[in-house]
Each structure stands twice: as structure tokens, then as C-alpha cells.
Write a protein that binds this ligand. Structure first.
Ligand SMILES: *[C@@H]1O[C@H](CO)[C@@H](O)[C@H](O)[C@H]1NC(C)=O
Ligand SMILES: *[C@@H]1O[C@H](CO)[C@@H](O)[C@H](O)[C@H]1NC(C)=O
Ligand SMILES: *[C@@H]1O[C@H](CO)[C@@H](O)[C@H](O)[C@H]1NC(C)=O
Ligand SMILES: *[C@@H]1O[C@H](CO)[C@@H](O)[C@H](O)[C@H]1NC(C)=O
Ligand SMILES: *[C@@H]1O[C@H](CO)[C@@H](O)[C@H](O)[C@H]1NC(C)=O
Length: 423
């Protein structure tokens, strides 16, 4: 009952795991605090930490590119993404990474990274996973929220490593969602060492997520899974998206949500005999944007999705689920036979009405529901909607909708399973 969407994701992910060590491709920039509070001795531990992380990566111009910036009140680019050509060079450089003391303007450092480092002229690659790892030991002297958001919006996944006096709420605001996967806190610099493995694991997993993104080229899929995927490719199914249009979502977030739907859409073969897609949105009231039979090709669905406007209002998820009942169990009528029917609900907050009963009724009608929670979504409620934790997905920020995570792909990157031990 997992077919087809998420099975495909898992399949592609499994193939990537085999390659996780050998063929990872990513652009990773370390943004390193060099403020006075760190001190020479601890900065040496930061250097060791960086060395160890970089040692574990497949560094090279065609694999993982590594950039480094250090910051105090100002930010200095120490290495761009196209500065180093191999691991030895960069490890040598890290050994002597300069330490200059000063303040802690993390917001400015994020701004700098976006404008000066994560750019094509400096080696950023298109279509390659972009990752920033911020390492800081204290609270920032400037605002990080907006700058972090801007950076994430350019497609960069932000990890935050906080040491000693770093502020957890600040790191949570800065990093990509969910914090459990992107924020790491250590009490002191000595404790950085045991953190290495965990962070490597998370980076690796992140790269896997990026492989799951819909732009994944089907030709990447190798022997073994091929026939399986091909089968899914030909599969028939009906998908409905039900998206939250409430006032807590800003325009850019709404745009990200539409982008997510369109990327999802391009994963499939769309057509009356293959995959059909419908879309409804809701705030206080639900409304249908287009039905399963309105559009017959991917292009027109994409255009229709782009035209959806964001109006705002409350969050009546229960009423919206009840509204969807009329749109399920209709493949018999419009196709002449039954096909799997999926509802993907995306919401960013708690519903003002009850979701449990309408969701149960919808599932009883034969719909398989995935609940995608963003930001303040309640996990209890996601579970009530989907009926199974495996079908609840927390995608964090809207700009991070690309990651498909928890419960679907668990601990497949490495097998030690000690993820939370150090937190
Ligand atoms: C870190 O916090 C501790 C206790 O909260 C404080 O005593 C110490 O001065 C702080 N260190 C720095 C470098 O701010
Ligand atoms: C901050 O770092 C830069 C470059 O590393 C250095 O030139 C500058 O003196 C430092 N600022 C302070 C206040 O120490
Ligand atoms: C760092 O913290 C650990 C416990 O979390 C402690 O055992 C160790 O002594 C601390 N190191 C320093 C240098 O404070
Ligand atoms: C929808 O399909 C399911 C599964 O086949 C069936 O049990 C249910 O009665 C149908 N509901 C309606 C309203 O047709
Ligand atoms: C999320 O919840 C927090 C705390 O409950 C609140 O301060 C914040 O405004 C909420 N964010 C949104 C977007 O609703």
C-alpha cells in the first residue's frame, strides 16, 4: 500500500546508499566562528574537528567540494568551492586555518556565504546538493533568522553546530528543519570529537535526501531496481494534494509549496491512463483548484499549480478532509477500474477543528493519506490524519520541502543507530 510514490523514493534512496561513500556529490561550506571567546586551544580542537569531517568526505572537484569561511565581526572567505582540487590540499590548509579573535556576527556570516561563496563564479554547482555547516560557540551579535532564511531559500541546507555558550533557540532558527537532524549541541570543545561521526552521518543522509528529490534522473537507477521502478513508472494512481492556505504561511512559503508539488509532479508519468493529479486548498473553508480529470498532461497541471493564489485565513483541516470525500473513490467511474488513491495533506499548523474522524472516514473510503507537516504542525495531528506514522512526513521549513524523511527512510545511511546519544 506504499505504491507508488514513496516506494520509488525508497528504491532510489537504497541505490544511493551503496554509493554514499563512493560517489557523493555536494558543495559544502563550513562557516567557522573565530571569536575571542574560543581561544587558541579550543580553536585547535575546531581545526581537528574540521579535518576529521573533511577526511570522511569524497573531496574532489567532481565529488564533494569544500569551502571554508571564518567570521568574527566580519567574515573572511578562506577557501571557495573551487579553490581546492583534492583532499590533501584542503587538510593541509585546515591545519593552519587562521584564528584572529573578535566578535560573533553570525548573521553577517550567513549573508556573506550567500553572496560571496555559494555562487557559481566561486564554484557552486547547479543541481548539486548545497550544504552549509555553521560552527559557533556563542550567541550571535546580530540577527540570524532572516539571513539564514535567505540562505536556505537559495537551496542551501543549513546545519548548525553549537559549542559551549551557543544558543539553542538561535541554532534552531538558523538551521534547516527539523532541528533534530540539523542542530548539534556540545557542552565543550572536547566533546566535538565524538560528534564527528554523527555529523558525517547527517551530512550523508542529507545527500541521500537530495538524491530523492524529484529531479533525480531515472537513468541513475541501476540494475536490480530498474524493473521495479519501471513498473512503478507505468503504474496508475490518483493523487490529490490538499494544501494549507492559512494566514500563518507567507507568500514565499506558499510559493515553495507549489514548487514542491510541481517537482513531485515531474517524477511521474502524467496522463489519463497513468497518474492523475488534483489539487485543493483550504483555510477556514476548502476549495477545489482542479480535479483529477481537469488536466491531462504535466504541463497544464504545472501551469494550474502556478496560478493558485494564496489568500490566508484560519486552519480548518478537518472540514477540508471532509470536503475531500467527494473526490475519492471515483476511479471506478472515470477510469472504469479501481486504482490506488492518495491524498497528500500539507499543513503548517494545528487545526482548529477535529481531524481524526474525517480522516478516518476518508481512509475507510480507500484513500491512502500522507500528512506532511511543516514548521508548527502537530505530530499528533499528522498521525491522526495519516493513520500511520510511516505516512507522516515532517519536512520542516517550506524551503526544505524537498527533504522526505522521518519514518520513510530511517537510519539507512549508516547502521550505528546512535543518533541521539550525544544530544
Ligand atoms: C558561558 O556561559 C557561562 C555560564 O553561563 C559563563 O560563566 C561564561 O562566562 C560564558 N562564556 C563566554 C565565553 O561567554
Ligand atoms: C576579525 O578577523 C579578521 C580576519 O581574520 C581580522 O583581520 C580582524 O582583525 C578580526 N577582528 C577583530 C576585531 O579581531
Ligand atoms: C567537557 O565535558 C565533559 C562532559 O560532558 C567533561 O567530561 C569534560 O571534562 C569537559 N571538558 C572540559 C575541557 O571541560
Ligand atoms: C470506496 O472504496 C472502498 C474500498 O474498495 C469501499 O470499502 C468503500 O465502500 C467505497 N466507498 C464509497 C463511498 O464508495
Ligand atoms: C509557532 O509556534 C510558536 C510557539 O508556539 C509561535 O511563537 C510561532 O509564532 C508559531 N509560528 C507560526 C508560523 O505560527
Amino acid at each position: 500500500d506504499q505504491k507508488p510514490a514513496f516506494t520509488l523514493f525508497i528504491c532510489v534512496a537504497l541505490i544511493q546508499i551503496g554509493d554514499c561513500k563512493g560517489a557523493t556529490v555536494a558543495d559544502i561550506v563550513f562557516i567557522v566562528d573565530e571569536s575571542t571567546s574560543i581561544g587558541n586551544k579550543n580553536f585547535q580542537l575546531v581545526r581537528s574537528f574540521l579535518s576529521s569531517i573533511v577526511s570522511g568526505l569524497e573531496v574532489g572537484l567532481t565529488n564533494v567540494r569544500v569551502g571554508i569561511a571564518t567570521y568574527n565581526d566580519t567574515t573572511t572567505a578562506r577557501a571557495y568551492l573551487n579553490t581546492f582540487h583534492d583532499k590533501e590540499e584542503i587538510l593541509q590548509f585546515i591545519k593552519n586555518l587562521p584564528y584572529n579573535r573578535g566578535g560573533t556576527k553570525t548573521g553577517a556570516a550567513l549573508d556573506f556565504a550567500r553572496k560571496e561563496i555559494f555562487i557559481e563564479q566561486k564554484g557552486r554547482r547547479k543541481g548539486v546538493q548545497q550544504v552549509a555547516v555553521v560552527i559557533t560557540d556563542g550567541e550571535s551579535q546580530d540577527d540570524v533568522t532572516d539571513q539564514a532564511k535567505l540562505l536556505r531559500r537559495t537551496g542551501v541546507t543549513v546545519f548548525a553546530v553549537g559549542i559551549q555558550n551557543a544558543s539553542k533557540p538561535e541554532l534552531d532558527m538558523m538551521a534547516s528543519h527539523p532541528p533534530e537532524r540539523h542542530v548539534f549541541i556540545v557542552k565543550n570543545f572536547t566533546n566535538l570529537r565524538p560528534m564527528q561521526q554523527l555529523i558525517r552521518k547527517m551530512l550523508c543522509r542529507n545527500i541521500i535526501d537530495s538524491a530523492i528529490r524529484p529531479e533525480t534522473d531515472i537513468s541513475d537507477v541501476k540494475e536490480g531496481c530498474t524493473s521495479f521502478v519501471f513498473l512503478l513508472w507505468k503504474d496508475e494512481a490518483d493523487f490529490f494534494f490538499l494544501i494549507d492556505d492559512s494566514g500563518s504561511i507567507d507568500n514565499e512559503d506558499f510559493y515553495d509549496m507549489k514548487k514542491f508539488i510541481n517537482e513531485f509532479l515531474h517524477t511521474f508519468r502524467i496522463g489519463p491512463q497513468y497518474i492523475r493529479m488534483g489539487l485543493a486548498k483550504y483555510a477556514d473553508l476548502p476549495s477545489l483548484e482542479f480535479d483529477l480529470t481537469t488536466h491531462t498532461d504535466a504541463k497544464s497541471i504545472e501551469e494550474a499549480v502556478e496560478k493558485v493564489t494564496h489568500e490566508g485565513g484560519g486552519t480548518m483541516t478537518g472540514a477540508a478532509l471532509s470536503f475531500m470525500k467527494a473526490y475519492f473513490n471515483r476511479s471506478m467511474v472515470s477510469r472504469g477500474h479501481r486504482v490506488p488513491e492518495y491524498l497528500i495533506v500539507i499543513t503548517d499548523g494545528k487545526s482548529a477543528d477535529n481531524v481524526k474522524t474525517p480522516a478516518e472516514e476518508l481512509r475507510a473510503q480507500g484513500a491512502t493519506i500522507y500528512a506532511v507537516g511543516v514548521k508548527n504542525a502537530s505530530s499528533t495531528e499528522l498521525l491522526q490524519i495519516a493513520g500511520d506514522p510511516k505516512r507522516t512526513v515532517f519536512v520542516g521549513n517550506f524551503d526544505a520541502l524537498k527533504s522526505i524523511n522521518k519514518g520513510i527512510i530511517t537510519d539507512i545511511c549508516t547502521s550505528d543507530g546512535k543518533e541521539n546519544e550525544l544530544r
